[in-house]
Design a protein around this ligand. Structure first.
Ligand code: PBG
Length: 325
């Protein structure tokens, strides 16, 4: 039936029908807030390229978690900024390293907060690459050993979920084995499965002090041109035991999110990364866009593409503004 019998505008005429017809919703249950933990006391270092985001020492981190819980944000993903680094990133797995200490502090003072920990070596290596170097490149098989150790250390500290972001082959299986061997068979793994070698991580590397000292990450992160390869990465991670798979960045890769949703029956997370956040903040600071409206539209588009969860630096503000409930 076509015009004039059919008129698409009929159901757009008022708020009630618009609400009734809405296909996609976003709730605070879907949002995960990233936080950067550093050493020291009462530290709150602003991250220049990410207005509103800070490196927080553990005391301030605990306060921030209380505020988030009060706002209705129930989960965070933690990144660590250690005060010393080494060649392999092994220092991240010490029980007194920055992330285990942060996890214990939050769990003891804000037990209702669900803590996801990013698992990678790049914040902990002197060279800034995501693993152990051998002949100028990251060695896969020794790196996955360090990642499994890091996961067990985080699990011992009480983490609720681990999220490996390194893009080594076989790491999900190795981590699953490490967790199971240490009594953590119920601890879920959220795998950064389709993680692209992206310019959109620029501001994060300032925040986490993790820029590679030489070269780039293209020998482990994915080529932005590839979609079939992303499906293979996701399939392998599912076979290895991933409970959730992630696509990262989000907005330039919504086709990957949709394709993953249509192909696999598994929860999908999309990471709306630092560069995406910085662009919105910069345009908003210039008065060029309506930030609240844009953030709402970004969340909706990521959910519409098929993501169940969104990691977003806008989570706290979205809750404060009341644009997500
Ligand atoms: C660590 C890691 C990165 C991000 C999340 N985990 C940086 C990278 O791979 O260089 C990026 C997050 C963001 O840009 O917001 N490997």
């Amino acid at each position: 039936m076509a015009f004039p019998i059919t008129r698409m505008r009929r159901l757009r005429m008022n708020e009630t029908t618009r609400n009734m017809m809405r296909e996609t919703s976003v709730s605070l249950n879907n949002l995960i807030m990233p936080l950067f933990s550093c050493t020291g006391n009462n530290v709150k270092n602003p991250i220049n390229s990410m207005p509103g985001q800070y490196q927080l020492s553990i005391d301030n981190m605990v306060t921030k978690c209380k505020e988030l819980v009060d706002l209705g944000i129930k989960s965070i993903i933690l990144f660590g900024i250690p005060d010393h680094k080494d060649e392999t990133g092994d220092c991240a797995a010490d029980e007194h390293a920055i992330i285990p200490e942060t996890i214990r502090a939050i769990k003891s003072q804000v037990p209702e907060m669900y803590i996801i920990a990013d698992v990678c070596n790049c914040e902990y290596t002197v060279h800034g690459h995501c693993g152990t170097l051998l002949n100028g490149d990251v060695d896969n098989d020794s790196t996955i050993e360090t990642l499994a150790k890091q996961c067990v250390a985080f699990a011992n500290a009480g983490v609720d979920m681990v999220a490996p972001s390194d893009m080594m082959d076989g790491r999900v299986a190795r981590i699953r084995q490490g967790l199971d061997d240490n009594g953590f068979k119920n601890l879920p793994i959220m795998a950064y499965s389709a993680k692209y070698a992206s310019g959109f991580y620029g501001p994060f590397r300032d925040a986490a002090e993790s820029t590679p000292k030489f070269g780039d990450r293209r020998s482990y992160q994915m080529d932005p041109a590839n979609s079939n390869e992303a499906m293979r990465e996701i399939e392998l991670d599912i076979q290895e035991g991933a409970d959730i798979v992630m696509v990262k960045p989000a907005l330039p890769y919504l086709d990957i999110v949709r394709r993953a949703k249509d192909t696999f029956n598994i929860p999908i997370c999309a990471y709306n990364v630092s560069g995406e956040y910085a662009m919105v903040k910069a345009a908003a600071a210039n008065g060029w866009i309506d930030e609240k409206r844009i953030v709402s539209e970004i969340f909706t588009s990521i959910r519409r593409a098929g993501a169940d969860m969104i990691i977003t630096y806008h989570a706290e503000e979205a809750a404060k503004w009341g644009i997500v409930k």
